[in-house]
Structures are given as structure tokens and as C-alpha cells.
Design a protein around this ligand. Structure first.
Ligand code: ADP
Ligand code: MG
Length: 725
């Protein structure tokens, strides 16, 4: 049998010259070509006739449609306004036009009479009653293909043809022909990349069949099965890597074994002004078991804003500290690090511990002093920002690292700090409630603990959408709350300074305005990202000690700080912020047992005015969702305070990369699968992958040799975790 590894030049009709162009785009062998997948398909059942299309449009249908036709005429039209190209097509039911205002010369040369095209776009009907597509997407079909297609209901694959190939005269047809040839002659010789047991167990198509179906599908059903197989494999290998990494940390690295001093710990718990909630206790129990074991802890603590993670962090650190270890707590901003420092110093007052702080902005002398105290072991708990990562910070006996608000940190930084102890226990805390699919991919190697409910005394924050012309009423309300209940308020603006380019409101400008209008008789502070850190500190401190009634702010207040008496937040230009950002901002209030309020102010009115009171986008089309994104975000926020629900919605609206910033997130680059749409496949692949590693952590069994080989090829640079010989 032929080998699929055959260099591409030996595929019939390619030859050495064209092979160079293929190699340039990464297609070196026939196998590479077989894995160059179509970007879309033309399926006859999804095509409309010109007739049907016409009636769809006439009835107000606004989605993109596809229609197939033969070019019958083309002409350049000089209208009184603008020159454009009009290409007229014919199908069995009638005529329709494609119209191009740009690239006229190119398109005129491209559309030739007698050629067949599939045209896709949102059509319109002109005032002369013609069906018209403006700058549509188009794919060229060969006459015979078109006949085939129309008569037999065949599905035609479309490939993206890179420029290098087009220059060598490899166009749509010739590429399809090449692929067809490659599939017919070589697909059967492609080697299976999943173990037989998994292919059979999960009822997957063998790789050879999948490749055939992806390029030469005969039915939609077969096509779905083929893509399923490909996506499964992609998720599977990713999860296999995660499973191996987890098993490596668990079984091959020796961690600390902390002996928890129960007596001291109890004394500490008794000194707290509140009782821990059930969730906090059960999370602490999980953490304690991890710490007492000689395996390193690698745990993610999820808990919505205000759920009480800080105290869990502190108690975990005390478990280590009371038995002679040092602990480090890392926060994303200096404000937050300082707040933790102050809070923790106060709470541990009676226990004779030394607490230190490491910040980027520290003076050299101060810094050197703390560094030496860390190295000598004098300091028990160190709190800091990423400055904690720097090379001259060396712990004497680091037992536990806690990372607060993880999503702000890169994955590499995490690894770097972890290297500082021998292998300290690690607890990562996040307030971004991560949808399950994401946490599985992003944190699949971690054990997960969740604080599901905030302390019981907490009331749900009342959230309102309001337009700008209601500002009078809003400030009446704010003043009433300040006067009668001594509430404090955050007033958030999207920008620091007035901007020429952006229309959004700025904090500095409105700070001045508010002092002269609504809040004349009140004490108003200002905080923003362009202030020096000590100025920001000072502001937060003053706000905390109630020297201001209101604090005008930018998103610097977004993360973590705790002002229990601030119970109102007004967010101006709320449409400007992302959903998870708004949720975080809102989380700055409602941190005590008083009723808190969040008012989202926008210029336009986005409030849902349907007959039923819930705003649902379950049944919206993608295009409708796209158009209504802002309204969906804002109404979702008003309707629920459940961070997990909101993050699911956010994921649907924005996609996974955008939530975390793709580069920083450490998310795998997925070529075929999508963790939102293909969640079911992801779960199934994860189950298989973890099952394999559970039984055979070093992949030594005969049936797993294919895995060993494939994972080495695909993840060369992850070898640190691949203890598979
Ligand atoms: P986050 O999870 O957002 O970091 P914090 O740890 O800052 O939340 O906690 C928010 C507030 O709740 C703090 O003022 C904290 O003191 C308080 N808190 C934490 N645990 C409890 C509890 N069990 N009962 C009452 N209040 C609590
Ligand atoms: Mg916090």
C-alpha cells in the first residue's frame, strides 16, 4: 500500500515546482494535504432557489442565504452616484444579481458567462424588484459539479486557497480534484491515531473513514460523524496532556507534609467576629487534607465576589505557618496587596506573627530589608504583587502559595513562583466563576473547591438599568441613602480623562461636575489609574474610614478591595464594560448585611420591555444575538447575581479567548473543536483521557503505544510533565 507520508510532489499532477508552493503553506506530504480541511460545505438541502429566496426576503427574512446560479451577463453600470459591477446569474427558477462597488476590475475578470457559482449573502430586493446580493461571498463550481450537485444532492467542500497556491494556478477546482485524488489513493493508508478500544468504545469513525467523509461527504450525517471524530481526537489529546500533568504532580513530585496545629488554629477561629459558613468549612477541610498529605496541593478555589475567600486563604496560610512554614499570598494589585496586608496583620495581632509585604513600588532599602527577612525565615506571611516572582526573593521554608484573583496572572508566572519553594502547596483563588468547560480546559490539572453561597447574612444586590435622563432621580436616591443610612457610594466612569476620540465619560471631568451639581453638600473623593499608588492607597484608606460619602472612580476599584459600608454603585456608560467586568464592579458593594444597590446608567435605554419579565436570548439567532449584545449583557446582570450563570452567558456572547485574553489564558489553540459548541464532545474526551491515565499513568501498555507516539509528536515542548519514558 502507498504511504501517506509520501512527499507532496509525488501526488499526480503536482510535481516539484508546484510542490514548493504547497510546502510554503505547510503541506509537505500527502498526509498534510489530507489534513487540510474544508472551511465550509455547500449542501443542497440548504440552498434556496431564486424564487424561494425572493419570497423569503419579501417576508422580512434577514439571514444570510446561499443560492447557486450560472453567470449570464455582466456589465459595469455608471449610475448617477457611483460606478458598480452587476453580474446577473440564472438558476432553474429565475434570475438574481451580484453587485460590486469595489474591486470592479478584478470581479469583472472573475465572473465569466457560463460559469457556475454558489453565492452567499443577505439578499435584498431592489426597487425594480430584482433579487440582489451586495458584495456576496462566492465559490466557483465546475459545470459538472454543479449538475451533480443539483441532481444528486451531493455536498461540495470549499477550501481556503492560500495566495501561494493561486499564484501557481491551483484554484478551487484543481484543489478539489487534488484532494479527491489524495483521498482515493492514500486515505486508507493513514495510520489510526487513537487506540482501538477508544474508537470502538466511543463509536467513532476510524481516521481513514473520517478523512474520506470530511473531503468527500455523501451525507450530512456522515459529515457530522467525521467532524465529531476529529474534534474528539483534538480534545482527547489535550485532556490526555492535562491528565498526565496532573498525575505527574500528584504522584511524582514530593511535597510538604504539614502537621496542622489544631490548638492554635482553634484559638484563631474563636477570635473571628463571625462563624465560617458551611461552604467555607468544607473547602477548608479539603485544603487541610491536601496539606497534610505529602503530595503537593494544587487546588483551585472558586467563589463569587464577596463569597469570603480571603478568610479561607488566611486560615490555609496559618495551617502552614503554625507548623513552622512560611506562606505567601499574591494579589493582582498593590491596593489589594496592601488591603490584605492590613487586614491580615490586624486579624493575627494576638498570635505574634511577622507579616511582610513586597511591592514593585517599594524603596530599595525597604525592599532589601524584607528580602533578607524572607530569606532568614523571620517573616511568616508575605503578601505581595508580582514583585513576589522576582529572582532575589528567596524563601527559607515556603510551605504554601496562595494566588488571589488568578485570571490576572499568566500561567508561566504561576509556575515561576511555585518553583520558589521545593514544591509548596498551591491554592489559586478566582472570583471569575468559570464555566465548567473552561475550567476543565484551563485548570484541568487542578483539584477544584467551590464556595457556592455567600455568608447567609448577605442580601442580593438590587440592580437597575437606567438611562441618563434619570440622573436627577438617581442622585435623589443616593443622597437619601447617604443621609438616612450613612451609605457610601462608588460612582464609576469608563475613562480617566476626557478623550477627544471616545465619547465616554471621564472620572476627572465628572468629579468636578458632581461636586458642583448633585453632590455639592457632600464629601466626594476621586480615584483613578493614573494616580500614583500611594495616592490611590490614601484615597481608599480615606473612603474606608468614611471620610468621603462618594468615591468617583475608574475600574481601578474592580478587583478585590473591601469597603463594607459602600452599598451603592453607579456605573456610567455601563454599555462600555464587559459582562464579567460589570459583575466584578458590582461585587464591590453588598459586602455587608445591608441592602446594596447597583445602578447601570446608559445613554440609550436598554431595559427589556417584553411582556414576560425575563429577557431570554435562548431562541435568538446568532445574528440577533450579535445585534443585541449590549441589551443581553445589561439585562442579564439586572436579572441575576449568579456569577456562574453570567459567565456562561459571557462565554456565549464573546467566546472563550476574549474572556481571559487568549494569549494570557494558556488556553490551548483548538483547530477543530470549540469548547462552547462542542462541550459534549469535550466532556466525553476528557472522560476517556483521564480513564486512560488512571489505569496506565506512563502509557506503557501495548494498546497505548499509539498515544505515547502521538502525544510526543504533538506536544514536544510539554515534556516536563510527560514522564512516559
Ligand atoms: P472575596 O471572596 O470576594 O475575596 P472576601 O473574602 O473579601 O470576599 O469577603 C467579603 C466580606 O465577607 C468580608 O468583609 C469578610 O470579612 C466577610 N466574611 C467572610 N466570611 C464571612 C462569614 N462566614 N460570615 C460573615 N462575613 C464573612
Ligand atoms: Mg478577594
Amino acid at each position: 500500500m502507498k504511504s501517506a507520508e509520501t512527499p507532496i510532489q509525488y501526488l499526480k499532477t503536482i510535481g516539484p515546482k508546484r510542490a514548493v508552493a504547497f510546502e510554503k503553506i505547510g503541506i509537505k506530504t500527502v498526509l498534510d494535504l489530507l489534513f487540510y480541511f474544508p472551511t465550509q460545505y455547500l449542501d443542497r438541502s440548504k440552498i434556496l432557489s431564486s424564487n424561494d429566496a425572493y419570497f423569503h426576503v419579501a417576508n422580512g427574512y434577514e439571514e444570510e442565504i446561499t443560492i447557486v446560479g450560472e453567470v449570464v451577463n455582466k456589465e459595469i453600470i455608471h449610475s448617477y452616484k457611483r460606478k458598480f459591477l452587476k453580474v446577473t446569474f440564472r438558476d432553474s427558477k429565475g434570475f438574481f444579481d451580484g453587485v460590486w462597488f469595489n474591486g470592479i476590475k478584478f470581479f469583472k475578470g472573475y465572473f465569466n458567462e457560463g460559469d457556475f457559482f454558489a453565492i452567499s449573502a443577505k439578499p435584498a430586493i431592489t426597487r425594480y424588484g430584482h433579487l440582489q446580493f451586495v458584495h456576496p461571498d462566492f465559490d466557483k463550481l465546475e459545470g459538472s459539479e454543479s449538475d451533480d450537485f443539483l441532481n444528486t444532492g451531493k455536498i461540495i467542500p470549499f477550501y481556503r486557497i492560500p495566495k501561494n497556491l493561486k499564484e501557481k494556478n491551483v484554484g478551487e477546482f484543481s484543489f478539489r480534484k487534488l484532494i479527491k485524488l489524495a483521498v482515493e489513493e492514500y486515505a486508507d493508508s493513514v495510520k489510526e491515531t487513537l487506540p482501538e478500544a477508544i474508537v470502538a468504545g466511543k463509536n467513532l469513525l476510524p481516521i481513514q473513514e473520517a478523512l474520506k467523509a470530511i473531503h468527500l461527504p455523501t451525507s450530512q450525517n456522515e459529515l457530522n460523524k467525521a467532524w465529531n471524530r476529529v474534534k474528539f481526537e483534538e480534545f482527547f489529546y489535550f485532556e490526555l496532556l492535562v491528565a498526565l500533568k496532573k498525575s505527574f504532580i500528584k504522584n511524582d513530585i514530593k511535597g510538604n507534609k504539614v502537621e496542622v496545629n489544631s490548638k492554635l488554629l482553634k484559638r484563631f477561629l474563636d477570635s473571628l467576629p463571625f462563624e465560617l459558613t458551611e461552604d467555607q468549612l468544607s473547602v477548608l477541610h479539603e485544603i487541610r487534607l491536601d496539606m497534610e498529605s505529602s503530595k503537593p496541593m494544587n487546588r483551585l478555589l472558586q467563589g463569587d465576589v464577596g463569597s469570603g475567600k480571603t478568610i479561607v486563604a488566611l486560615i490555609s496560610m496559618l495551617m502552614a505557618v503554625f507548623s513552622g512554614y512560611q506562606a505567601a499570598l499574591m494579589a493582582p494589585t498593590e491596593i489589594l496587596a496592601n488591603q490584605h496586608f492590613a487586614g491580615i496583620t490586624k486579624m493575627t495581632e494576638k498570635f505574634g506573627l511577622k507579616i511582610g509585604v513586597v511591592l514593585g513600588s517599594q524603596k530599595k532599602k525597604e525592599r532589601e530589608r524584607i528580602e533578607s527577612e524572607i530569606a532568614s525565615g523571620e517573616v511568616d506571611i508575605v503578601i505581595g504583587t508580582h514583585a513576589l516572582f522576582q529572582d532575589n526573593i528567596n524563601f527559607k521554608k515556603l510551605g504554601i502559595v496562595i494566588i488571589d484573583e488568578q485570571h490576572r496572572f499568566g500561567v508561566e508566572q504561576r509556575a515561576k513562583l511555585i518553583d520558589k519553594g521545593r514544591s509548596p502547596d498551591v491554592l489559586i483563588m478566582t472570583a471569575t466563576p468559570i464555566p465548567r468547560t473552561l475550567s476543565m480546559t484551563l485548570y484541568g490539572d487542578l483539584d477544584v473547591s467551590v464556595i457556592k453561597k455567600p455568608p447567609a447574612s448577605r442580601k442580593e444586590i438590587k440592580t437597575y438599568l437606567s438611562s441618563e435622563n434619570k440622573l436627577d432621580e438617581i442622585y435623589e436616591f443616593v443622597k437619601k441613602k447617604i443621609n438616612e443610612e450613612r451609605y457610601q457610594a462608588f460612582i464609576v466612569y469608563p475613562l480617566v480623562e476626557k478623550s477627544e476620540k471616545l465619547e465616554f465619560k471621564s472620572a476627572i471631568e465628572h468629579f468636578e461636575k458632581l461636586k458642583e451639581s448633585y453632590l455639592t453638600d457632600y464629601r466626594v473623593g476621586l480615584i483613578h489609574g493614573k494616580m500614583k499608588w500611594d495616592e490611590k492607597e490614601e484615597m481608599m484608606r480615606k473612603f474606608l474610614s468614611h471620610e468621603f460619602d462618594a468615591l468617583v472612580a475608574t475600574t481601578v476599584i474592580e478587583v478585590g478591595i473591601d469597603i463594607p459600608n459602600a452599598n451603592i454603585i453607579i456605573i456610567n456608560d455601563a454599555n462600555r464594560f464587559g459582562l464579567s467586568q460589570l459583575h466584578q464592579l458590582r461585587g464591590r458593594v453588598g459586602r455587608s448585611d445591608k441592602q446594596a444597590y447597583c445602578i447601570l446608567v446608559t445613554k440609550e435605554d436598554y431595559k427589556h420591555k417584553g411582556t414576560n419579565n425575563k429577557f431570554s436570548f435562548e431562541f435568538m439567532s446568532q445574528a440577533e444575538i450579535e445585534r443585541n449584545k449590549t441589551a443581553i449583557r445589561l439585562n442579564a446582570l439586572a436579572e441575576t447575581s449568579d456569577g456562574f450563570k453570567l459567565s456562561e452567558i459571557d462565554l456565549k456572547l464573546r467566546g472563550p479567548g476574549d474572556i481571559f485574553g487568549t494569549r494570557q489564558s494558556g488556553l490551548p489553540e483548538l483547530k477543530y473543536g470549540n469548547i462552547v459548541e462542542d462541550a459534549e464532545i469535550l466532556f466525553s474526551a476528557k472522560e476517556s483521557a483521564f480513564g486512560v491515565v488512571e489505569l496506565d499513568p506512563r502509557l506503557t501498555s501495548a494498546g497505548n503505544q499509539v498515544l505515547r507516539k502521538t502525544i510526543r509528536q504533538r506536544f514536544r515542548n510539554h515534556f516536563k510533565f510527560l514522564k512516559i519514558g
